[in-house]
Design a protein around this ligand. Structure first.
Ligand SMILES: Nc1ncnc2c1ncn2[C@@H]1O[C@H](COP(=O)(O)OP(=O)(O)OP(=O)(O)O)[C@@H](O)[C@H]1O
Length: 274
């Protein structure tokens, strides 16, 4: 039997979990994002099950970073709801939000390490800020996290003494310091050479597996998107809403929207079929 909804985007149809079924790790419903009345995107909806690597895609300026900022509470929605494990983050008070966001690990484009601190000091900041661990335990955890991202032995180096790829990995070590359930990355491979970018992709996959984390990524890099993401939302700059979602490899061939297929095939489709 044909499913009448089969050709509709999986990610833009939030549904309520059935009794006994775990809620998706993330649910975004009817989200409208606006700055001073200027609507960036309206009525965006999707779900991210536990363990997915979910990519936010779309042309430059469509609102990808803005969506990520909404998801971590840096910007407030004009309308709609963002839920984690079924609990509204949008409606939560500040205290509850602080507890919920302890589960987030965030890595912004810049990597944003403190230049005056060694890598070990950088990674130790969230541990001393949010846990009651003593210095010896913190040192041990810091070394473990640095080892996880391939930086064992670089504890005493300063950010200026290591490469851009290593800085990203150190930022990642800091993002995973508190064993987050959900990792948010804004353009993690920006500015990296293709090989370092690929190593970072492998690392993201490893971390997803070792931490059992769910990953949300803003990315332009098609190679990276196809290598790691199994779910997505596509934000359309023109209509200012999410027009598709799901596995990017599937969308590249089968999206109902030519603009999505073009985006995912770098416009080669357009050249091949005028
Ligand atoms: N704090 C802000 N105040 C006003 N407008 C903003 C703010 N942040 C973003 N915008 C606007 O929102 C729109 C989306 O920006 P955003 O950075 O989210 O896009 P993006 O898809 O991540 O772009 P890119 O791929 O180029 O990084 C842009 O028009 C931008 O100018």
């Amino acid at each position: 039997m044909t499913d009448p909804g089969a050709d509709r985007p999986r990610t833009t149809e939030p549904r309520t979990a059935a009794p006994g079924e775990a809620a998706p790790r993330i649910t975004v419903e009817g989200l409208t994002m606006a700055f001073d009345g200027f609507v960036v995107q309206r009525d965006v909806g999707f779900q991210v099950p536990i363990g997915d690597i979910f990519v936010i895609m779309g042309a430059s300026g469509c609102g990808k970073s803005t969506l990520l900022k909404h998801m971590i509470g840096l910007v407030e929605p004009a309308a709609g709801d963002i839920r984690y494990d079924g609990e509204s983050f949008t409606a939560a008070d500040l205290e509850r939000r602080a507890v919920m966001s302890r589960r987030f690990g965030v890595l912004f484009q810049s990597g944003a390490l403190w230049s005056s601190m060694t890598l070990a000091e950088n990674v130790s900041v969230p541990l001393s800020q949010y846990t009651k661990l003593g210095p010896a335990e913190i040192d041990e955890l810091v070394s473990l996290k640095l080892a996880l991202v391939g930086l064992a032995g670089f504890e005493d180096f300063y950010p200026s003494e290591i490469s851009g790829g290593m800085r990203k990995r150190a930022g990642l070590a800091r993002a995973i310091a508190l064993d987050p359930d959900i990792l948010f990355f804004d353009e993690p491979s920006a500015g990296l050479d293709p090989l370092s970018s690929r190593r970072l992709d492998d690392l993201i996959l490893e971390l997803r597996d070792s931490l059992g984390a769910t990953v949300v990524i803003v990315s332009h890099e098609l190679a990276s998107i196809f290598a790691i993401a199994n779910n997505s939302v596509f934000l359309d700059a023109e209509s200012r809403t999410a027009i598709d979602g799901g596995d990017p490899r599937h969308l590249r061939e089968h999206s109902r929207h030519r603009s999505v297929r073009d985006f995912l095939s770098r416009g080669e489709l357009e050249e091949a079929q005028p």
